[in-house]
Design a protein around this ligand. Structure first.
Ligand code: SAH
Length: 362
């Protein structure tokens, strides 16, 4: 048992079993022990590798996507270019380099990064120093400035805490983290939670016993949607998840590139769950934003021209670099069910009058 587990047990002993969202928020963002608060988890030596860390092509294509959206917005002379959960800052660095082909876009962009982790904030400062851009950091999206907005987020939504509900004979009950047999353990709260079945798409209302519903607090995305509707703009969300709401337990822990028990060594593994893109689309749609997609990441990147980009990068490269570019391309767009190109989806939402953004228009 680590010292953080002792603290979590003390909370449970005084307050009773805690919601999964509380457990997840503690594990990921506790100021002293949280997973993201205390480390840079990315890359081969870390716990997991993300698309921008696999290849510069990912951030570059998103940079061109943003520049095109900015043009469609009427090329505002000043706008907020925001990234949520920027990790090492690699996506933003590649995005800004590629966007130099549209100098007015780069000049108009005011960069805002939303990040909770002090360790990663330092890392972002380091990565982005060479861009010369003036960058503002925020602990959450509420303090973004008012005005036109283009926002991007890769593997951010999956880390937003979820609650879990389980269908029983009597109705839906909340799953909580308590203590059983001397260990942290999942259990069901006694109370029946009202209104769950009614909140589901009709096809899921007659769920079988033991079905699990995961519901995520999408507050940061609601904030983006309100801004996009009020001031104009768009947001691009890339993450792994389901196109439609699915009744499944998908909370998972990953440590050193392997699955781990989410209740073991809290704060030492990444905790995520699949994004429910149907719920996301409904949430932003209800606020007046126009949802686009989701489409598979592989489709998204191909439509943005990742293949010709890879060809360009391979010109004049040595054989090892050429092989690396091919491997990265394959990893990003691979279409087998467990490969990133299919497991990950791209989803956008825009001001209702904006034309469908690149890759979402066909
Ligand atoms: N987008 C990056 C990093 C993904 S990891 C990439 O693709 O490489 C998740 C990122 O989200 C980290 O930067 C983490 O610190 C940040 N994060 C997680 N939860 C957050 C929250 N609630 N608010 C702000 N940032 C958060």
């Amino acid at each position: 048992m680590n010292s953080f587990e002792r603290e979590i047990r003390a909370i449970i002993e005084t307050e009773g079993p805690i919601p999964v969202s509380r457990y997840m928020a503690l594990c990921l963002s506790d100021p002293r022990h949280g997973y993201y608060t205390t480390r840079d988890p990315l890359g081969a030596a870390g716990d997991f590798t993300t698309a921008p860390e696999i290849s510069q092509m990912f951030g570059e294509l998103i940079g061109l996507w943003c520049a095109e959206v900015w043009r469609a917005m009427g090329a505002p002379r000043l706008f907020c270019l925001a990234e949520l959960g920027p990790g090492r800052g690699t996506l933003m660095k590649d995005l800004l380099r590629a966007a130099k082909v549209v100098p007015d876009f780069a000049r108009a962009a005011e960069i805002h990064l939303i990040e909770t982790s002090p360790v990663l904030t330092e890392r972002q400062k380091h990565t982005l120093a060479e861009t010369g851009a003036r960058i503002h950091w925020h602990a959450n999206a509420d303090s973004l400035p008012e005005g036109p907005l283009i926002a991007v987020a890769n593997e951010f939504v999956d880390a937003l805490p979820i609650d879990q509900f389980v269908k029983t004979k009597e109705g839906w009950r909340e799953r909580r983290v308590g203590i059983a047999g001397g260990k942290l353990a999942f259990g069901l709260d006694q109370a029946i939670v009202p209104g769950i079945a009614e909140s589901l798409p009709p096809r899921l209302r007659k769920a079988f016993a033991d079905s699990v519903l995961e519901r995520r607090d999408l507050a940061p995305l609601r904030g983006l949607a309100r801004r996009v509707v009020k001031f104009g703009g768009a947001a691009l969300i890339v993450d792994y998840g389901h196109r439609r709401t699915t009744l499944a337990h998908t909370l998972q822990a990953v440590r050193a590139h392997e699955f781990a028990d989410p209740l073991e060594l809290p704060g030492e593994a990444d905790l995520t769950s699949l994004v429910d893109f149907e719920a996301l689309a409904n949430t932003v749609g209800a606020l007046g934003a126009k949802p686009c997609g989701p489409i598979a990441q592989g489709v998204f990147l191909r439509r943005l021209g990742i293949e010709p980009r890879a060809q360009r990068l391979k010109q004049n490269a040595d054989p090892k670099t050429r092989a690396d570019i091919d491997a990265a391309l394959h990893r990003l767009v691979g279409e087998q069910p467990r490969q990133m190109g299919e497991l990950f989806k791209a989803f956008a939402f825009t001001h209702p009058e904006l034309p469908a953004p690149p890759a979402f228009d066909s």
